[in-house]
Design a binder for this molecule. Structure first.
Ligand code: F6R
Length: 239
C-alpha cells in the first residue's frame, strides 16, 4: 500500500489525475468512479486536461434507489455536472435508481462489471471506514447489492433534501469483492474528519467492521490524503 500525503485536496486531486493519465497511457480502458467531495478536484483536472475519454468506459460505485437522474441529489446528476458534461465517455455505467425491479438491476450491474474489468478504481472513504455504501459489517465477499440505508444515514442525508421523507431508503452499491477485483485502486481522503478512518485503513486490523481495511490485501493501492487526514499515521508513512 502506497501512501501519498499532499498539502491539500487540490494537490491530491492532481496526484490522482496523474495516476489516471499514466494508466491511460499504459492502456487502461475502464475507470471505476466515485461521487462525494473527495474526487471533485481530480474531476476538475480531468475536465481541464486535453485527455480524450471518448474511447473509455466508466463504472460508478453506487446510486440511490428511487431518485430520477435529473434530481440534483442523484449520483447521475453529480457525474454529469462534475465530469461527463465536459468529458463524455464511450460508455458510462451508473446503477439505474429508477429500475422497476431493484434485484434485476443488481444482477444487470454485476454483469456490466464482469464484462468490463476495472483498470483503475477511484474511492473515497467514510468516517466509519465505509467504501461506496458498504457500511461496517458488509461481507468482504459481497458483489453489487441493494442497501437499506440506516436511520442515521437517512437523518444525516436529510440536510441535502427538502425533508426527511424525500431521502431514499435504499441504494444500489458495488460490492467489496468487485472493488477488490479492480487492477489498481486509488483512495482519496481529505480533512481531519477522516483521520481515524485512514489510520484504521492503513494500520488497523483487516476487519469487516472497517470495510476499507480490506484494501491492505490488494496488491496495487495508493492512498492519497492531506496532512490532516494523515495526522494519526505512524512516522514511517509520513516521510
Ligand atoms: C461515493 C461513495 C462514498 C464516499 C464517501 C466519502 O460514491 O460511495 O463512499 O466516497 O462517503 O465521501 P466524501 O468524499 O464526500 O467525504
Amino acid at each position: 500500500m502506497k501512501v501519498i500525503i499532499t498539502k491539500d485536496n487540490i494537490e491530491g486531486g492532481t496526484k490522482a489525475f496523474e495516476i489516471i493519465k499514466k494508466g491511460m497511457g499504459n492502456g487502461a480502458k475502464v475507470l471505476g468512479l466515485a461521487t462525494g467531495s473527495s474526487p471533485i478536484p481530480m474531476y476538475d483536472d480531468m475536465c481541464d486536461s486535453d485527455l480524450d475519454f471518448s474511447n473509455m468506459t466508466s463504472i460508478n460505485l453506487d446510486e440511490y434507489y428511487g431518485l430520477n437522474p435529473d434530481n440534483d441529489q442523484s449520483y447521475h446528476y453529480f457525474m454529469q455536472k462534475h465530469l461527463f458534461d465536459k468529458k463524455p465517455f464511450k460508455n458510462s455505467y451508473i446503477p439505474n435508481g429508477m429500475a422497476k425491479d431493484i434485484d434485476e438491476e443488481v444482477d444487470r450491474y454485476n454483469e456490466i462489471i464482469a464484462d468490463n474489468p476495472i483498470d483503475i478504481q477511484i474511492l473515497g472513504i467514510g468516517r466509519n471506514g465505509h467504501i461506496a455504501f458498504n457500511e461496517p459489517g458488509t461481507p468482504f465477499g459481497s458483489l453489487t447489492h441493494k442497501v437499506n440505508l440506516t436511520e442515521s444515514t437517512i437523518k444525516a442525508n436529510s440536510r441535502f433534501f427538502d425533508n426527511e421523507d424525500e431521502v431514499p431508503r435504499q441504494a444500489i452499491c458495488m460490492g467489496i469483492k468487485s472493488i477488490m477485483q479492480s487492477k489498481k485502486i486509488v483512495l482519496l481522503a481529505f480533512g481531519e474528519s477522516k483521520q481515524d478512518a485512514i489510520k484504521a485503513l492503513v494500520e488497523g486490523p483487516v476487519t469487516e467492521e472497517v470495510p476499507a481495511s480490506i484494501l491492505q490485501d490488494h496488491p496495487d493501492v495508493t492512498i492519497i490524503c492531506d496532512e490532516e487526514a494523515a495526522a494519526k499515521l505512524s512516522d514511517k508513512y509520513r516521510k
